[in-house]
Design a protein around this ligand. Structure first.
Ligand code: ARG
Length: 269
């Protein structure tokens, strides 16, 4: 995670961002601290990265890279405004002993924001922030199967805003963010899909941090939480309103260095 010291809305690169809606920095810091405490309470360990002045979106560490075993495939941001982060993520992840890889040149790729493992496959969101060709190349290089999903609604511009694997066979999704083909592929490949409705999707219900049986989302997703509880999960919530102003929530504020719970390669043997 990256503390929100320099966080703010300094540019607009997604429909949520509006420079006139100023971030309450004190409140953002409190909300981030609450999420941090909640993650610790779920039994995870947290490593911090140093924030950099002038890179307000660095708090959204999900976009640093895609982590696959001991490999970090670094992001190449779509927008100029976030490109300055790339060299920091490179040294940060190299220092943490990851083998560093890159997508092909001139390909946009926004890390775990657009690439999530569920079971054996890597689900890859493309068009708005990441190019489909990048995911194909990564999957070939790593020898993993990739399922490309076109994102069709600008409010759900990263895959992690509309899709969240919970286990190798179970995921949350917001159907309206995908085209008919994408919805069909998801229904065919994931045995248990939990559907979120628009109002909760807009509260970033799908942008969840999954730690064992705990699922942390922003506040405002009571129907999803009830369904998760019925299925034996422990949903938890944190008010992350100041981060939703930039188009991000719980999951975006984290990068799993040890791999997501939904990935088969990460299952304890
Ligand atoms: N303002 C950031 C951007 O538009 C938010 C990133 C949210 N991250 C995520 N993984 N969905 O790039």
């Amino acid at each position: 995670m990256c503390p929100p010291i320099y966080y703010g809305i300094e540019y607009e690169i997604n429909p949520w961002m509006d420079r006139t809606r100023v971030v309450d920095t004190r409140l953002a810091a409190q909300q981030w601290d609450t999420l941090h405490a909640l993650i610790l309470d779920c039994g995870a360990q947290i490593e911090l990265t140093d924030p950099v002045e002038g890179l307000p979106d660095m708090v959204f560490t999900a976009n640093a890279a895609l982590i696959y075993r001991s490999i970090a495939i670094l992001s190449q941001f779509r927008h100029e405004q976030r490109k300055g982060e790339e060299k920091h993520w490179r040294s940060e992840l190299a220092d943490r002993q990851f083998r560093i890889e890159w997508p092909a040149e001139n390909i946009a790729f926004e890390g775990a924001g657009d690439a999530l493992f569920c079971g054996e496959s890597l689900y890859a969101g493309y068009r708005i922030r990441s190019d489909a060709a990048g995911h194909q190349g990564i999957a070939e290089a790593m020898g993993i199967s990739v399922i490309p999903l076109e994102l069709v609604d600008d409010y759900f511009y990263h895959l992690d805003t509309c899709f969240c694997p919970l286990s190798p066979t179970e995921a949350i999704y917001y159907p309206g963010a995908f085209d008919e083909y994408g919805r069909t592929v998801l229904r065919q490949s994931i045995p248990e899909l939990i559907e979120v409705e628009l109002d909760e999707a807009r509260r970033f219900a799908c942008n969840a941090v999954v730690i064992h049986k705990n699922i942390i989302t922003s506040t405002g997703c009571p129907r999803l939480h009830a369904r998760l509880r019925d299925r034996g999960w422990s949903p938890r919530e944190a008010d992350l309103g100041e981060f939703i102003k930039a188009g991000g929530s719980a999951k975006c504020l984290t990068l799993r260095l040890d791999g997501e719970d939904g990935a088969v390669w990460n299952e304890p043997s």
